[in-house]
Write a protein that binds this ligand. Sequence first.
Ligand code: URA
Length: 241
Amino acid sequence: MERIQKIIAQSGYCSRRKAEELIKKGLVTINGNVITEMGYKASFNDYIEVEGNSIMDKQDKVYYLLNKPRGVITSTKDDKGRKTVVDLIDDNRRIYPVGRLDYDTTGLIIITNDGELANLLMHPKNNIDKVYIAKIEGLITKGNLKTLESGVIIDGKKTSKSKAKVLKMDKKNNTSVVELTIHEGRNHQVKNMFKALGYNVIKLKREKISFLTDESLPSGTYRQLSIHEVKKLYNETKMVS
Ligand code: URA
């Protein structure tokens, strides 16, 4: 048995504080009865509605958006005892990252126990945009930006179409900053795309996954996705299937 506001927050519908407000307003029902008592306890077997929406189907599912810092591996455990993205999240359920970011890459990663969503997001046919900011050695040329966009050969296979935009060119230090939007998730894909054109990536950050951005999510912190965001992610994958 758990306090009702905790169950609602764990479902990802809203924060615990917001849940308390909704309880006070009489907008939460358990098995059809309005509950306004703050400490009321329920179990995962009770039928809970918030503002008329059932939270049952999502009750055992959890979705986090983590802004991964450098020096953390994208895995659930590590033989070498290094910190994993799952270690950064205060949740004892069997959660796992959707896709991968390299040890030295920073930025957004979704962590969940919803295998269906994880598979949909990772499947390249679903065209989920991932936006990376890469700082590279050298000054990128217009021609190479075009080549990045039309596809480069990695391990004998051409990458699919992407979008590439120069954000900065530093002639003095001989570096460029490029925004690259891709929807595949091959191993070390961004680094390998630049490498194929002779550029070394010095720094890499994932700034956006579909409509999710890192705004107000400092490095090393995380937040739960709301039910609305989860629904939107499902819808994004359905738009093309
Ligand atoms: N591409 C890379 O090369 N590395 C990452 O971490 C993510 C995408």
